[in-house]
Design a binder for this molecule. Structure first.
Ligand SMILES: Cc1ncc(COP(=O)(O)O)c(C=O)c1O
Length: 509
């Protein structure tokens, strides 16, 4: 057997097989110590798992476990095939965390590890970081006064009924209010075709439980909302992406994908798409419905941002054009008012209601009744339209601020001006990728969402998603200035990187 030796590319000792601590934990400790004491630098690329394992004389699983644990701690970030990079420093790591008796990274499912990376993987090495990676509205925009006054009325006049809990499908008052509001937007639906979910995200997981089995295929736009990707994959489905351009999903490519993959579900965000901001044209909406009918594929239409248009109102939702009972329509209170009440909704064709309601019931019985009644009171009050008008104006001003700041400070970034919603999708100047940009952004105190998170089929590491809804205009400008510095730094690093032969090549010889 080959004797282990210190890693030639990493200034760390080989783990000791005779020590009582698991090998991967020793490796975690050594790498963390290296980062803490500056022997490993933020931005430094670590050897591929295979190479490090061979160099240290340990199994690849040991290195994988160590990298995963360090990723979960926000210290490393890895992409398959493109290596692992130091992205954070260990401040705040709970003392002795690596001494756990259970090797958690090796115990949890691959999906949970992947989810942890999306959730915790954005490096934030500065406490004053400006969060351009957000997906929420700025709390200063919440309709707090209106909600507080409605809550006062609700609690003041309520009975025990308020505390008994709602049926799984949702509170009847809210279902009725929503059916009325959706009808006003052209979606013909009855209260008993509305299902209340604990946020739209739960709606996706409920749909997955009701409609998908392991091995099924789901077609989405590419890119698409990263948590939807996780919801479909966690149900065991394979996700196939179809590109989006200015006019939404490319319908020829969609037709080809439908014929080839025979999917069980089509998940689309036709209006102010997350992350690109694209709006699917009316003509393409009709084609999408025709194709779905021809291939007999249900559509989940996510319409969380449709009310937030900055110019002309967008075309009607797919659900309003659907006369074949194909579309499960989705909305949420999170993006039009506040995210913390966790109230979302699905409006489904009749045949889909029973399985969806059963799935919802098994997930959490029902969404909190108090939150549902408060949302119902808000949506049927004049506050709704007043607040939507206010939010549109605010988001538009913030979009304009971001666009102006990008043009001034980041002329090398490519983007289209989004006509509504929360997000701007930006293309990085070549050859910078998110692998280089993320650590630099952390150093410069700005956070962004990397393109690969939104990619159904890999790639997109030359894009980032920026959110303009979450910050005051002044902070947006400062965030973009920091982004410009981070881009410059990432570019410098790329230029100064020595072209080295890989460790694998060196150690094989
Ligand atoms: C397309 C899409 N679906 C669902 C969600 C989650 O919304 P909720 O807060 O209602 O769970 C988001 C939030 O970013 C989103 O953009």
């Amino acid at each position: 057997m080959r004797r282990p030796r210190p890693a030639r590319q990493l200034p760390i000792p080989p783990p000791d097989p005779a020590a009582p601590t698991p090998l991967y934990v020793q490796l975690v400790d050594s790498i963390e110590d290296g980062i803490r004491h500056g022997r490993l630098q933020v931005g430094q690329r670590l050897p591929a798992e295979r190479d490090l394992a061979s160099d240290l004389g340990v199994s690849r699983t040991t290195v994988t476990g160590a990298y995963q644990e360090l990723e979960a701690r926000g210290l490393l970030r890895g992409h398959v095939g493109r290596g692992t990079i130091v992205v954070g420093t260990p401040a705040g790591t709970p003392a002795g965390a690596s001494r756990a008796a259970v090797a958690w990274p090796q115990r949890v499912s691959a999906m949970a590890n992947q989810a942890a990376q999306v959730w915790f993987g954005i490096p934030r090495s500065r406490p004053d970081a400006i969060a351009l990676d957000s997906g929420w509205p700025d709390p200063k925009l919440y309709p707090v006064e209106a909600l507080e006054s409605l809550l006062g009325e609700l609690v003041g006049t309520s009975s025990a009924e308020l505390y008994a809990g709602a049926p799984p499908a949702g509170d009847p008052v809210l279902r009725e209010v929503l059916a009325g509001w959706l009808a006003a937007r052209g979606i013909r639906t009855e209260p008993d075709s509305v299902l209340i979910t604990t946020g739209a995200l739960q709606g996706l997981n409920v749909v997955a439980r009701a409609l998908l089995a392991p091995g099924d295929v789901v077609i989405t736009e590419s890119p698409t909302f990263q948590c939807a990707l996780m919801a479909w994959r966690w149900a065991g489905a394979e996700v196939v992406g179809v590109p989006v351009d200015r006019d939404g999903i490319e319908v020829d490519a969609l037709e080809e994908a439908l014929a080839r993959h025979r999917p069980k579900l089509l998940y689309l965000i036709p209006t102010f798409h997350n992350p690109t901001g694209a709006v699917t044209s009316r003509e393409r909406r009709r084609t999408v419905l025709e194709l779905a009918a021809r291939f007999r594929v249900p559509i989940v239409e996510s319409d969380l941002y449709g009310a937030l248009h900055f110019e002309d109102p967008p075309p009607p939702p797919l659900a309003a054009l659907d006369d074949a009972g194909l579309v499960i329509y989705q909305g949420s209170f999170s993006k039009i008012a506040v995210p913390g009440l966790r109230v979302g909704w699905l409006a489904a064709p009749r045949g889909a209601m029973a399985p969806l309601t059963a799935a919802k019931g098994y997930v959490d019985l029902s969404t909190g009744e108090l939150a549902q009644r408060l949302v119902a009171a808000f949506l049927e009050s004049p506050h709704r339209e007043r607040h939507l008008a206010f939010l549109r104006a605010e988001c538009r001003a913030r979009r304009d601020q971001m666009v102006a700041a990008l043009r001034q400070y980041c002329p090398g970034l490519g983007f289209r001006v989004p006509p509504g919603g929360y997000y701007l999708w930006a293309e990085l100047p070549a050859p910078i990728t998110t692998d280089e940009l993320l650590p630099s952004a952390a150093e410069h105190g700005v956070t962004i969402r990397p393109g690969p998170e939104f990619a159904p089929d890999g790639g997109l590491d030359d894009h980032v998603r920026l959110c303009f809804a979450a910050l005051e205009p002044r902070r947006i400008t400062e965030g973009i200035r920091r982004l410009a510095s981070a881009l410059a730094r990432a570019g410098e690093r790329l230029e100064s990187r020595p072209r080295r032969t890989s460790l694998a090549a060196a150690s094989v010889v």
